[in-house]
Design a protein around this ligand. Structure first.
Ligand SMILES: Cc1cc2nc3c(=O)[nH]c(=O)nc-3n(C[C@H](O)[C@H](O)[C@H](O)COP(=O)(O)OP(=O)(O)OC[C@H]3O[C@@H](n4cnc5c(N)ncnc54)[C@H](O)[C@@H]3O)c2cc1C
Length: 571
């Protein structure tokens, strides 16, 4: 078995992973960093981000305002010291990215242009037309290439963390190109593996977002935090789930029901004058309520409402939202210049993730996490759009630096013991190859898992449906052992990868359902029909979900408050 040695192993080549790798080198140019990714880095989900990245830039804006908006958006579940650090670092990180080549759109006078985004009091979302993720990832990836000491391992699928004496010592990776398993040793590991939207049937997330890093950490004993908070984005294309960016509303788009009424203005959904510029959780609920009130429009994929951009004019749409024009024309045959776009709420983002502190450190020595895989607790119960890309930079950088500091004082571990873990893992993977017995298919189990999640953990939830999801998932985990795999090849055996991803998603989905079923209140994205209000008395705390072979175990962790006092969340 091939054994490779580095100081720090970063798992993930999206915004958080690349930023962490660069930060590690900035911290110590002599450190050697492995950057492992299951896809070529430019194919990471970050590339598909459209709308923008938030940071204070304008004179009418302040760090205090960005902090308050984020705390309020989180429904007071975000940790305030983390949010304060985030808003301070955000403008520095976005400026740094410009120096690395990110072409932020400009105002006439040459200053950085910013657009409005949901739940933000002023225009503070930086953008590069509506292809922000592409430009950010490109700038990061190009910048990373100048460092010889960042060694890339593309198309390598990490399946397990290497452990010794209760500390992390690297990872086991399956080389997807050749089918070989190798050890990538490191004295610290940063997980930057992104989210887990694929646990649901209808999502904006790419197929690779299967919660691998969450499952790796969870099985190694690190709790998953606040998993019940799953963000629905209000505007996905019916059928595919392709995202129509919030920038459409930031630029002035309107949501309309079957009667052509701007329902966020005409009916009281608690959004006040914010209307279309309200936060995602509240707008998603309003759309579902419109549909339930009989004011939806029937289509081949169920009921939807309209996103109307026609009043913005072709010139503005072409300049600011060219990708939206392309997506609507290609995927729903609608020209936004003259016709409204059909949209419905769609699973978009996991507020929860691997429990970390402000350094990105977990309770497992040597293990760090940043980006969507992590829950550093800045998004609380609801993330504000455009905070996530910036979060990847701010906390990617911090965890990269902290991982280097940790690695300095840590041992590399005993090779024989690490090798033995690798052999065990290679054996587990080998038994999957062409495992031609069993009665379950990958697609069948995955479909049932996704359906259970949609039925139990959708925009609106109640005890009975969440409990049903919990038991369905426990049962599906049992059936997973009975999967049949037919492909015996070694080169790009995508069936094995799909099976490993499904195993990860089942663990993550179960953590979501179990965390949701126990929280008896409505807060942010967790909206219950049977407990309709927020209950700070009993529930102003984070949920921790621990892995246990007998079934997930729930625990709680205090929220770090600060000078923003919890108050009713109204806009
Ligand atoms: C369509 C869309 C549009 C969005 N638009 C915006 C926006 O405008 N503004 C905003 O702030 N946020 C936006 N978001 C959210 C934001 O883009 C993501 O949260 C963020 O990009 C996540 O970055 P990341 O680095 O954490 O993970 P990702 O970019 O998802 O990267 C994960 C990396 O981990 C690797 N990986 C995963 N599992 C393994 C494994 N087992 N082994 C090895 N490698 C692995 C992958 O190969 C990949 O390189 C959007 C999200 C979507 C889906």
């Amino acid at each position: 078995m091939e054994v490779i040695e580095h100081d720090v192993v970063v798992v993930g080549g999206g915004a958080a992973g690349i930023r962490a790798a660069i930060a590690a080198i900035e911290e110590d140019p002599n450190v050697s960093v492995a950057m492992v990714s299951k896809v070529y880095p430019m194919r990471s989900h970050t590339v598909s981000a459209e709308g923008g990245a938030a940071a204070v830039a304008r004179e009418d804006d302040t760090l205090e305002m960005h902090g308050y908006d984020t705390v309020k958006g989180s429904d007071f579940l975000g940790d305030q010291h983390v949010i304060e650090y985030f808003v301070e670092e955000a403008p520095k990180e976005l400026t740094l990215l410009e120096h690395w080549g990110c072409p932020w759109s400009r105002n006439e006078d040459g200053t950085v242009a910013t657009r409005a985004f949901g739940g933000m009091t002023t225009k503070r979302t930086w953008f590069a037309a509506d292809k922000v993720g592409f430009h950010m990832l490109h700038a990061l990836f190009q910048h990373s290439m100048q460092f010889d000491r960042i060694v890339r391992y593309d198309e390598q699928f990490v399946t397990r963390l290497l452990m010794e004496d209760g500390a992390v010592k690297g990872v086991v990776a399956l080389d997807m190109r050749q089918g070989e398993v190798r050890l990538i040793r490191g004295r610290a590991v940063v997980l930057a593996t992104g989210g887990a939207g694929k646990c649901f049937p209808f999502t904006t997330n790419g197929n690779i977002k299967t919660g691998d890093g969450m499952a790796l950490a969870y099985r190694a004993g690190v709790p998953l935090k606040d998993m019940e908070f799953v963000q629905y984005h209000p505007t996905g294309l019916p059928g595919t789930g392709i995202l129509i960016t919030e920038a459409t509303r930031g630029e002035g788009g309107h949501l309309k029901n079957s009667e052509g009424t701007r329902f966020l203005v005409e009916y009281d959904y608690g959004l006040g004058t914010k209307a279309e510029l309200g936060p995602r959780d509240m707008i998603s609920r309003a759309i579902i309520q419109e549909i339930q009130a009989g004011r939806g429009i029937e289509g081949p994929y169920g009921q939807y409402v309209h996103l109307d951009l026609t009043h913005l004019g072709e010139a503005k749409l072409k300049e600011r939202l060219p990708f939206v024009l392309e997506l609507a024309r290609t995927y729903v045959g609608v020209d936004p210049v003259t016709q409204p776009i059909p949209i419905r709420p769609v699973v978009h983002y996991m507020m929860g993730g691997v429990d970390t502190n402000i350094d990105g450190a977990t309770d497992l020595p040597g293990l760090y996490a940043a980006g969507e895989v992590a829950c550093v607790s800045m998004n609380g119960a609801n993330r504000l759009g455009s905070n996530s890309l910036t979060e990847c930079l701010v906390f990617g950088a911090r965890s990269g630096r902290c991982a280097v500091a940790f690695a300095r004082g840590a041992s590399a571990g005993d090779e024989a013991s690490l090798r033995a873990q690798g052999e065990e893992e290679a054996h587990r993977i080998e038994t999957l190859r062409g495992k031609n017995k069993g009665g379950e298919t990958i697609a069948g189990v995955r479909r049932e898992m996704q359906q259970a999640m949609e039925d139990g953990c959708g925009v609106y939830r109640e005890q009975g449906s969440m409990d049903a999801a919990v038991s369905a998932l426990a049962q599906l985990k049992g059936r997973y052992a009975d999967l049949v795999l037919r492909d015996t090849s070694k080169v790009f055996n995508t069936e094995i990868i799909a099976a490993l991803e499904l195993g990860n998603m089942l663990d993550v989905a179960e953590a979501v359902a179990v965390s949701a079923a126990q929280r008896q209140e409505s807060r942010g994205a967790h909206t219950r029909r049977d407990f309709t209000t927020r209950d700070d008395q009993n529930w102003l705390h984070h949920t921790l979900c621990h892995f246990d072979p007998a079934g997930p175990r729930i625990d709680r962790k205090p929220v770090t408050l600060g000078h923003w006092e919890p108050e009713e969340r109204k806009y």
